[in-house]
Design a binder for this molecule. Sequence first.
Ligand SMILES: NC(=O)c1ccc[n+]([C@@H]2O[C@H](COP(=O)([O-])OP(=O)(O)OC[C@H]3O[C@@H](n4cnc5c(N)ncnc54)[C@H](O)[C@@H]3O)[C@@H](O)[C@H]2O)c1
Length: 269
Amino acid sequence: MSHNLLKGKKGIIFGALDSQSIAWKTAESVHAQGGEIVLTNAPVALRMGTINELGEKVNAPVIPADATSLSDLEQLVDQTMEHFGGKIDFVLHSIGMSVNVRKGKHYTALNHDWMQKGWDVSAVSFHKLMQTLYAKDAMNEWGSIVALTYIAAQRTFPNYNDMADNKAYLESIARSFGYYMGKDKSVRVNTISQSPTLTTAGQGVKGLDGFLTYAEKTSPLGNATASECADYTVTMFSDFTRKVTMQNLFHDGGFSNTGVSQEVIDALQ
Ligand SMILES: NC(=O)c1ccc[n+]([C@@H]2O[C@H](COP(=O)([O-])OP(=O)(O)OC[C@H]3O[C@@H](n4cnc5c(N)ncnc54)[C@H](O)[C@@H]3O)[C@@H](O)[C@H]2O)c1
């Protein structure tokens, strides 16, 4: 149902790889609410994925950018402002990758070059993105920047591996840059901590099925789906959340504040 919550708003969505991606669902929700979009992803993902289909569906140009490259990000922001004929109202950072997870390295025996690569892609890219937006004064006042994260930043989940550390760093960048974005640009910066979700990135985590079932049984409202995450993100881009900033917002059906549920206890007996 459209309430035109984002009518007149324009923004960039990073990270739509295929129709399961949280960013894909977000692009659809933003479009349904009247927002205008530029889609972007890494050049290699553009070759492998189906983002052009999404571009046609939501009437958005697709501009390649490796989020670890400052020059790619600069070009992306320039081209986006040219396309919109002005500044940007919202940005979604929906990017995560760990080489150690991909290659099955255990947390106690990480390859630290790979660790650094995953950190650059999953966390530092958020700083590079905001630094670019800040330097170019690319955001409209009362704009909104969101990155997606996971509760492994606060609590330990075996097999989430070095992504847990990347997410902790990402959430810290949201707070630190959020201060300057707020003070100097009147722009808010938040992270949304989403339930485990079946996507390409999610499937990389060993034992995701167990994660999903455990979270489903623990959360009073059940796991949040990718589409529900998309709708929540839309509210964070809308004018109804203007003074929410520097927060890590749990979108997880209540998982984060539940010790244990009766269903989990029953399953163990
Ligand atoms: N799936 C889950 O269980 C879950 C839970 C909480 C948070 N998240 C987070 O949500 C976000 C989106 O993940 P998803 O689950 O939709 O999976 P996804 O695989 O669909 O999305 C990850 C995206 O990151 C992009 N990416 C990787 N390297 C990049 C680079 N160098 N430059 C630009 N883009 C790059 C990929 O191309 C892909 O589109 C990630 O930050 C992820 O950690 C996922």
